[in-house]
Design a protein around this ligand. Structure first.
Ligand SMILES: Cc1ncc(COP(=O)(O)O)c(C=O)c1O
Length: 364
């Protein structure tokens, strides 16, 4: 029987060679690879500055903290995302304010965000969820009208396009993750991109012990640096990113054409955007012959891995129990009950795509 996992991180001889080169060089950290990766990644995104860090959560924490966001401040975040989109706000001592998402695209609903603006709002974090850009223009407008920063959480969207521009160059700053299941990886890792030199310098200081010159620590900082080992992998993975994304798009296109089944709602693609399908997420509605969990189990017995991204909206997570009493995010709540991700990663073959579609049609 075929076995098709929901994710399959991929590295080849080039990555192995790159790591070996760094290990032989003796420069495991703060060597030339990090700088090269920062420049190449920022260039790829059309941003003038790139700051490599040790994971995507650190990237989010750093962009907020370096902007001076702290106790008494509010940051609007979508409730339907990975937890780090909100915990980064709490890490600064500020308050995450939970907005709802659009039922079609699953990304931050500009009207919901606008309704939550207060005098304490310092930033809005939009998430390019599952590889699809969020609705950037109206959210940019809300930010501009209220002197709030626009932060892109691009952890799942390396290479996605919005009106012909790469994500990572659209907001005041953007944060990427290079966790192994992401569209590209460095093992663990993250990157911040921004077009603002002064902001970049503050972020760089924050991720390096608040150091403004050697052993002079002017602000509170952390050690969030990326290793040269990770950066060397990143340089190779970046070269492969467009081809890997093209394969994800090919796989998603196949599902779009062949996955029609009663009660399954296929993912919508925003106009004038390129979706890079970090995940291919369907909605399993009440009209489906099987409830979601039974469907996932049935697919598992046929060797097809699935996952739920994400089963609990962030405002209902126990960690936020004390601040989210009056939050209403009905779309996020409904999506958490309905979503199911199918294997769309670049290693899914045409034969496997056909198998997934026929198996799914057979079981529902
Ligand atoms: C939307 C989103 N934001 C932030 C993160 C955090 O990235 P990391 O796992 O590298 O800390 C992730 C990673 O899973 C994510 O999917």
């Amino acid at each position: 029987m075929m076995q098709i996992p929901i994710a399959k991180p991929q590295a080849g001889d080039e990555e192995i060679e790159a790591v070996a080169r760094v290990l032989r060089s003796g420069m495991f950290a703060q060597g030339p690879e990090v700088k090269m990766f920062e420049e190449q990644f920022a260039g790829y995104c059309g941003a003038s500055h790139g700051i490599a860090v040790n994971n995507g959560t650190a990237a989010l924490h750093a962009v907020l903290a370096a902007a001076g966001i702290g106790p008494g401040d509010e940051v609007i975040v979508p409730s339907f995302s990975f937890i780090a989109t909100a915990t980064c706000v709490s890490m600064c001592g500020a308050r995450p304010v939970f907005a709802d998402v659009d039922p079609q695209y699953f990304t931050l609903d500009p009207e919901s965000a606008n309704a939550l603006i207060t005098r304490s709002t310092k930033a809005i974090i939009g998430v390019h969820l599952f590889g699809q850009p969020f609705d950037i223009d109206p959210i940019r407008e809300v930010c501009d009208d209220n002197h709030a920063l626009l932060i892109e959480d691009a952890a799942q969207a390396h290479g996605a396009l919005c009106h012909g521009k790469k994500v990572g160059g659209l907001g005041d700053a953007a944060c990427f993750s290079f966790y192994p299941t992401k569209n590209m990886t460095t093992g663990e890792g993250g990157m911040i991109t921004t077009g603002d030199a002064e902001y970049a310098a503050k972020i760089r200081r924050f991720i390096n012990h608040g150091q403004s010159e050697k052993y002079l620590h002017t602000t509170l900082g952390y050690n969030y640096r990326m290793t040269d080992i990770g950066a060397a992998i990143g340089v190779v993975q970046l070269k492969k990113l467009d081809a890997a994304n093209a394969r994800r798009q090919h796989n998603a296109g196949y599902f779009d054409r062949h996955l029609k089944a009663a009660g399954l709602v296929l993912p919508a693609r925003r106009e004038d955007c390129a979706h890079v399908y970090h995940q291919y997420v369907v909605k399993v509605t009440r009209e489906c012959a099987l409830p979601r969990e039974d469907l996932m189990q049935a697919l598992k017995t046929k060797g097809i891995g699935t996952a739920v991204h994400y089963p609990i909206p962030i405002h209902l997570q126990p960690v936020y129990q004390s601040i989210a009493d009056n939050v209403a995010c009905p779309v996020s709540c409904e999506l958490a009950q309905q979503v199911m991700s199918l294997p769309v990663h670049p290693l899914v073959t045409d034969e496997q795509l056909a198998y997934i579609c026929t198996t799914l049609r057979d079981v529902v």
